[in-house]
Design a protein around this ligand. Structure first.
Ligand SMILES: [Zn+2]
Length: 236
């Protein structure tokens, strides 16, 4: 019911939307459903966006955005109750926070693409692109690959390759993607992320435009646990 503007353009920082629903959350706190949003809800390893919602005579702080039961809920803290459903409202992202999240998220994908280029056979399980950025893989390699992977990832950064996204059917994705995550819906278009000259994967998060925006990627010592490999990383 909410148009997800961040899926089309990760660089949109503001929007004007119509309030669709309001739920009380706690004293001074409400949950708002909007007709469209630039605010990314926590998910896919990427933290929630924050920012402000405002009208001419009202202002609220968005402290988290969650996707629950098909609705994108903007959790707002304000001195007075928000305007009513049907009214227009404006939103503005905390761009510094979002841009860091975008860079961390894209860095995780660059590492994953580098792993693929080096032909290391690990299967991605999940990822956390927050403060302690980590990618979990099924499988263990019998070589110390930290240095070669870090170097390959930073080569992709220095080549300043372009990320692009498009919506495709599950069939097209299955043909084009390097791998396909289990549990992807088969009955609706899926967003495919492509790194120029490298390959494509399914992805629903926000991404930088070109790899140089990420900056230098540093890999922490690789950890192995119960048949899984943990790759922790940071960006500078
Ligand atoms: Zn992703």
């Amino acid at each position: 019911m909410t148009k997800e503007l961040f899926l089309e353009d990760s660089y949109l920082k503001t929007m004007t939307a119509t309030i669709l629903e309001i739920y009380p959350e706690a004293p001074g706190k409400w949950k708002l459903v909007l007709s469209e949003t630039v605010f990314y809800p926590k998910g896919g390893g990427q933290p929630s966006d924050q920012g402000i919602l405002f009208t001419e005579d009202w202002k609220g702080k968005i402290y988290q955005v969650l996707s629950q039961e098909g609705k994108i809920l903007h959790y707002v803290e304000a001195a007075t109750p928000p305007p009513s459903p049907g009214e227009k409202i404006q939103g503005e992202l905390d761009w510094e926070r979002r841009y860091l999240n975008m860079r961390l998220h894209s860095a995780g994908h660059i590492i994953d693409f580098a792993l693929h280029l080096l032909k290391y056979e690990l299967t991605p399980l999940k990822a956390d692109h927050g403060k302690k950025a980590t990618i979990w893989y099924q499988g263990v390699l019998n070589v110390d690959f930290r240095e070669s992977l870090e170097s390959k990832a930073n080569t992709l950064v220095s080549e300043d390759l372009r990320f692009s996204t498009q919506f495709v059917s599950h069939d097209v994705l299955a043909k084009k993607a390097l791998y396909i995550q289990p549990n992807l819906p088969t009955n609706k278009p899926l967003r495919m992320l492509t790194l120029e000259t490298v390959g494509s994967v399914a992805d629903g998060g926000t991404q930088v435009c070109k790899t140089k925006e990420v900056g230098h990627i540093r890999l922490l010592p690789i950890e192995v646990k119960d048949g899984t490999t943990l790759i922790r990383y940071s960006i500078e």
